[in-house]
Design a protein around this ligand. Structure first.
Ligand SMILES: *[C@@H]1O[C@H](CO)[C@@H](O)[C@H](O)[C@H]1NC(C)=O
Ligand SMILES: *[C@@H]1O[C@H](CO)[C@@H](O)[C@H](O)[C@H]1NC(C)=O
Ligand SMILES: *[C@@H]1O[C@H](CO)[C@@H](O)[C@H](O)[C@H]1NC(C)=O
Ligand SMILES: *[C@@H]1O[C@H](CO)[C@@H](O)[C@H](O)[C@H]1NC(C)=O
Length: 465
């Protein structure tokens, strides 16, 4: 019953929300927590027309806190559902442990969801693969234990279910290379070796397109671009890099030479492969933009991936529209870009114009929120040519090391929005998906949430239609 209801809502949302957009690199405020999505290093799995993002909670640093699950019907609006694995007092899931890259498969024969994940100690000396199961996708998982698959080290890992139901573990064996291992029919153990790439690659993701297998991976990179805590692996570059792929018609090979799939030199648009998924016909790359100095601020780089023959190509998009019903995607909409400091707006309660050289028009409005009565900023002339639910990008600054929040009231309807930290006044992007009316009379008010300071607001990017 519940799933029928969700499906119907999903269908309606897709029809009436022509410009709901996916925004790579943005703060994604999730319903339920009102915080940025904490599901890093994971991927999306679809169950009964609902999409679930399962990944690592990095809210408080790198050590294991929980594996989180969020749900969505449009991949834009996400709701926190459950902590699938939680911090235990001791053991593999205890304090100061590494639990990374959780990936889930459904086993048709046992009707179980099976999660594989990297299990390690804080110096990455154990290098084991752990497994857990649950009877529901976002339920509590039972942890079954960890081991070195076939006796080899296992760090970054992923899973792959072939079209015949056979499943494989992809595992990074630092001593020998990247492995594809066959899983047992219940998916709970590793049965035999299928292939070994001798290159030192990590962050694997495998996708099958027709009869062609695409293997994606990254060069070894540690925690992204601002690494402060050195995790000492030989050969690590500690920065994002140009991720690579190769193809084969059999998992056992032969595999083609590795090649770039994103623009060379872009470091895969500053991201590392987490997963490659099929969203009702649209192939989507899921990457992590790791921010190692403050891991909870890491964002998600989700982009449409073009697979043609044996070629994979990834283009960057500031924003894009995924039409799940049609199984198509399109570029982001035309936009108006109202400035916070525009004379069309009003501000009160101490809010004022600040200079900000990296901001558009070199200005922003600050001192929004704060103790009662608190500063407010009101955009008065937000226009849309149609009545629609749309995604507005908010360009903001937050010089703190933790999230700021604002209560954002669109045409009288409140929504709490989170804003990740930014550096050097370079505006960050947060997303606001709300209904707009046709015409120029939409209003959007930014005010305090729980008496806290809101971010400084640079401008909004509002879809025209
Ligand atoms: C955050 O992590 C640190 C180190 O792992 C731990 O000591 C502390 O208790 C954690 N804080 C919270 C609020 O969980
Ligand atoms: C992690 O495990 C390895 C292998 O057992 C061990 O040599 C190392 O001392 C451990 N590190 C920590 C911090 O416990
Ligand atoms: C799942 O675990 C949490 C504790 O982490 C518990 O409160 C909850 O009742 C459990 N849910 C089910 C369905 O067992
Ligand atoms: C640019 O900023 C100034 C104040 O710094 C403001 O008066 C002006 O209206 C802004 N221009 C636009 C187009 O918003």
């Amino acid at each position: 019953m519940l799933s029928i209801l969700i499906k119907t809502v999903g269908l309606l949302a897709s029809v009436t929300s022509a410009s709901v957009q996916i925004i790579p690199g943005a703060t994604i405020t999730t319903a339920g927590t009102k915080q940025h999505m904490q599901a890093h290093g994971g991927g999306i799995i679809e169950v009964d027309n609902v999409f679930y993002q399962i990944g690592e909670n990095k809210l408080n640093g790198s050590a294991f806190q929980s594996i989180n699950c969020y749900s969505s019907t449009d991949l834009v609006q996400w709701t926190f559902v459950n902590r699938l694995l939680t911090l235990q007092s001791a053991g593999d899931l205890g304090p100061n442990r590494v639990v990374e890259r959780p990936h889930v498969l459904y086993n048709d024969a046992t009707s179980n969801y099976v999660m594989w994940m990297h299990i390690d100690n804080s110096s990455y000396g154990e290098a084991r693969a752990g497994v857990a199961t649950s009877s529901s996708i976002c339920g509590n998982y039972t942890y079954l234990g960890a081991s070195q698959p076939l006796g080899f080290q296992s760090r970054d890992l992923n899973v792959f279910k072939d079209t015949d139901g056979t499943a494989y573990l992809l595992t990074e064996d630092r001593a020998n290379g990247l492995r594809i291992d066959l899983l047992s029919s219940d998916y709970l153990s590793v049965k035999s070796a299928t292939y070994l790439y001798v290159q030192d690659y990590e962050a694997p993701a495998l996708y099958k397109s027709g009869s062609i297998y695409f293997m994606f991976a990254s060069h070894e990179s540690g925690w992204g671009k601002f690494l402060t805590v050195q995790i000492t692996f030989p050969g690590c570059k500690f920065s994002p890099n140009d991720n690579i792929y190769c193809t084969a018609t059999s998992l056992a090979g032969p595999w083609s030479a590795w090649a770039d799939f994103a623009t060379a030199g872009s470091n895969t648009f500053s991201s590392q492969t987490a997963a490659v998924v099929n969203i009702n016909g649209v192939v989507m790359y899921q990457g992590d933009r790791w921010e190692s100095a403050n891991l909870m601020t890491s964002t998600y780089v989700w982009l449409p991936l073009t697979l043609s023959g044996t070629t994979a190509t990834l283009h960057n998009e500031v924003n894009w529209i995924l039409n799940i019903l049609a199984g198509t995607w399109s570029n982001g909409p035309s936009e108006t870009t109202p400035e916070a400091e525009s004379s069309a707006n009003s501000w009160a309660g101490g809010a004022k114009i600040l200079s900000c050289s990296p901001c558009s028009n070199a200005s922003e409005v600050g001192y929004i929120g704060g103790p009662s009565p608190g500063g407010t900023l009101t955009f008065k002339e937000i226009s849309s040519t149609v009545a629609t639910t749309t995604t507005i990008r908010i360009h903001y600054n937050n010089g703190d090391s933790t999230q700021r929040y604002a209560n954002v009231i669109t045409n009288g309807v409140s929504k709490v929005v989170a804003f990740l930290p930014t550096t050097s006044d370079v505006p960050g992007t947060s997303t606001l998906t709300v209904p707009l009316q046709a015409g120029t009379g939409n209003t959007i008010v930014f005010e305090a949430y729980n008496s806290g300071w809101a971010p400084d607001i640079d401008r909004l990017m509002v879809p025209v239609s």
